[in-house]
Design a binder for this molecule. Structure first.
Ligand code: NAP
Ligand code: MG
Length: 501
């Protein structure tokens, strides 16, 4: 089963829409499908197989068989590295096609999807291709004459991976690349809202030459396919990106099944602080990027802004101008960097948050409405001023293009406000004072702190949360270690056991 899609400039393309198990395309065992839409028009683009527990089970069997035979400790690190490089090359070859597919299914501007998201995907695969064979244990001196002790970092096994809709292809890479480098095999569930690129990549998995069963993809709903992954008795680890509520459900399922290892990346309500000594023009540009990139559907979006009294009016007029300059439009247009939200439900949720902010006393500085020029799920770039710590819009993750702004007068005061959150994924400060930058970055409770910039990530830099923003890290050396398990091996050279002790 494939779907015929109309892509850019009327180009027709066939895209796979089934479950991918053991390097083969198969329907869901019960034959059911779900619809996937184009968020920029609200129209259906394809029917996709709706995998459930029985399909997950088949995928786990394939992944286990591969782990025990062609992959895991039976594979050579050089070979895993070469396959990851080959996959990166194939994605680069197909970058335009994949960019269009990502754009039509997620609503991102096509240029952004192709050049940024897929560019970073390629970078991530190459980065982890370099890690295969470089994940090493240690030798440990306990008594060097009588014993030899060392550790090995073994691949953890069959890994379930459940990814969201905001960066479909990039979240695929962040999870697949380190797992494969470490020698794990995979059962992946993409979001039911954005399954198409995860499936298209499976054809490249085969073309690159990965053995059957190493990567399996089961599209479907969270409550069925996702729940089957997190509660499966033969999955050794589950890695998840999405909401706190679902992260909790997954952790409970892991605890109640086989105590599989859990890593979670769960979003945030990241604060950004503008001090008077900052370069205000630059701070406004980075802040706009921080909250409006990907139409605000970003786990580390800088959504709480604290501006010092002395520069408040000057900074806010710069920032409102940046919000009004967002390149909102048709995702096919190369100029567009601000597209629709992922779904009608997400759009309505965001609009409700804006209403709630206003009803609690916030003032709309700009935006606040559906974008009137499209039937798609667009919300205008929105800034709310006069926000107070108790407001829902200040405490909860909105996951849309909404910035909440408050004033402050002292460093001590703003650090309290910034850290007053159950989340701790990202944080930023803008200042021209180097000592202040060191003090404030040290005090901010977040997995990533940006100083005089916002939102930039790199495959080599670990990413993850403090507090409710998650458990574990992705990217960097930490990312590959999350897919390993430590084994200590103790060799006896000359110690004799005198029995009884
Ligand atoms: P979500 O429910 O957390 O979904 C993320 C992924 O988890 C999807 O693949 C989802 O499947 C799956 N899932 C849902 N229930 C599951 C279960 N019981 N077991 C295993 N997997 C399950 O997020 P959402 O409903 O799409 O979005 C809601 C909110 O989550 C957003 O408004 C935002 O605040 C947050 N979010 C955060 C991130 C992030 O990057 N941290 C990304 C996306 C969303 P389905 O696709 O079938 O739901
Ligand atoms: Mg969902």
């Amino acid at each position: 089963m494939v779907a015929q899609l109309s892509l850019l400039a009327g180009r027709k393309a066939s895209v796979p829409t089934q479950c991918f198990i053991n390097n083969q395309w198969v329907d869901a065992l019960d034959g059911e499908t779900f619809e996937t839409l184009n968020p920029a028009t609200g129209e259906k683009i394809a029917d996709v197989s709706s995998g459930k527990a029985a399909d997950v089970d088949a995928a786990v069997k394939a992944a286990r068989e591969a782990f025990n035979t062609t992959w895991g400790r039976n594979s050579l690190p050089d070979n895993r590295s070469a396959l990851l490089h080959k996959l990166a090359d194939l994605i680069e070859r197909d970058q335009q096609h994949l960019g269009e597919l990502e754009s039509v299914n997620s609503g991102k501007g096509m240029r952004i999807a192709r050049d940024f998201d897929i560019g970073d995907t390629i970078g991530c695969l190459r980065y982890y291709a370099g890690w295969a064979g470089k994940v090493t244990g240690e030798t440990i001196e306990v008594s060097s004459k009588t014993k030899m002790v060392y550790t090995t970092l073994d691949p953890i096994g069959v890994c379930g991976q459940v990814i969201p809709w905001n960066y479909p292809i990039m979240m695929w890479a962040w999870k697949v690349a380190p797992a494969l480098a470490a020698g794990c095999t995979i059962v992946m569930k993409p979001s039911e809202l954005t399954p198409l690129t995860a499936l298209a990549l499976c054809d490249l998995i085969v073309e690159a030459g990965f053995p059957p069963g190493v990567v399996n993809v089961v599209p479907g709903y969270g409550a069925t396919a996702g729940a089957a992954i997190s509660s499966h008795m033969d999955i050794d680890k589950v890695a998840f990106t999405g909401s706190v509520a679902t992260g909790r459900t997954i952790m409970v399922a892991a605890a109640q099944s086989n105590l599989k290892k859990v890593t979670l990346e769960l979003g945030g309500k990241s604060p950004s602080i503008i001090f008077p000594s900052a370069d205000l023009e630059q701070a406004a540009s980075w802040s706009a990027m921080g909250v409006f990139y990907n139409s605000g559907q970003d786990c580390c979006a800088g959504t709480r802004l604290y501006v010092h009294d002395d520069i408040y009016d000057e900074f806010m007029s710069l920032l409102v101008a940046k919000a009004k300059a967002c390149a909102i439009g048709d995702p096919w247009d190369d100029a567009t960097s601000f597209g629709p939200l992922i779904s009608a439900a997400q759009r309505d949720k965001v609009l409700k948050y804006i209403e709630s902010g206003v009803s609690e006393g916030a003032k709309v500085a700009t935006g606040g409405q559906k974008w009137p020029e499209s039937k798609g799920f667009y919300v205008e770039p929105t800034i709310l001023e006069d926000c107070k710590p108790h407001m829902k819009v200040v405490q909860e993750e909105i996951f849309g293009p909404v910035l909440v702004v408050s004033r402050f007068s002292t460093e001590e005061e703003v650090l309290k406000l910034a850290n007053d959150s159950t989340y701790g994924l990202g944080a930023a400060c803008f200042t021209g004072d180097a000592k202040q930058a060191m003090r404030v970055s040290g005090e901010l409770q977040a997995g990533t702190v940006w100083v005089n910039l916002y939102g930039l990530l790199h495959s080599s830099v670990p990413f993850g949360g403090y507090k409710h923003s998650g458990i574990g890290r992705e990217l960097g050396s930490a990312g590959v270690h999350e897919y390993c398990i430590v084994k200590a091996v103790q060799h006896n050279i000359s110690e004799e056991m005198a029995w009884p002790v």
